[in-house]
Design a protein around this ligand. Sequence first.
Ligand SMILES: [Zn+2]
Length: 300
Amino acid sequence: MNSTEAAILLERLEAGETLRILTSHRDSICSRKAFLRHCEQHPEWGKKAQALADRNALIAFNRRGNGKSFAFRTHCAKGHPLTPDNVGFKMSNGTRYCKVCNSENVARGKIMTPEQDRAIRNAILTNMRISDIIKPAAGRKAICSYGTYRTARQQNPEFNRFILEHCIEVPRDGAGRRLITNTEALQFASTASRRVVDDIPVYVAEPGDYEWLYSLTPRYLPRHDRDEIVSDIWIELTERRLRREDVPTRVKDLIRKHNRENPSRAYGDIRSPLSLDAPAYMDGTMLRGETVSQSLWEQL
Ligand SMILES: [Zn+2]
């Protein structure tokens, strides 16, 4: 190590860098061995450098914590001082956190997943309000946080363009401006402050959904009729007219409607009666006529 390097090293030690960074890091000045050799050769310099190195090591240790507990740290990982008013307490598990870091994380949000991206686009196309997308409501989770939504708009020009194309900016009640969807704007224009209140969540297709929907349709119907019912349900789901949990009921309605419209294909409907002489059950000899307990006129 030459004298210029020695001077730089001392300078950086005084600035608070640790010996570990200065001797074994990608922007290190020399090896630890060279440092020790220089200390031996220049005892005056070595004494000063060692003292500074010890001081910096202690500060770094306290800053990092002892690896066991947050309580021993004086600074968070990003260097914010952990003063009492900057330490938050998580009630759910009792751990502590840096409030500055936490508010930065909340503001930044997470990276939007492709599923969230798709769900938000569907939500906007089906006339969901922005506030409904980013805030949870009764029986429905928020698609993503405001931070995630905002960061995605800042970082993904294509996503931002989609939002701007489908929304218009209006003055907010208090101050500033907010975005509303185009359909919402039409409602505003036609009847002041009236909006369709719905809390139906955006439909997210899950694997096995087709098989599930298909399984809800009766097996006696021909294949293309079942497909038709499944596709009707699917359209209602994607247009946010139907909840996932209401699907079985809706399928029954559709089957009833289908049977009404196609009496010839229905099985045993009152409008397409089977012969009373047909067997009532798959096994057994009882005839349909023997099972009749209601008169025809009660059914109409
Ligand atoms: Zn912090």
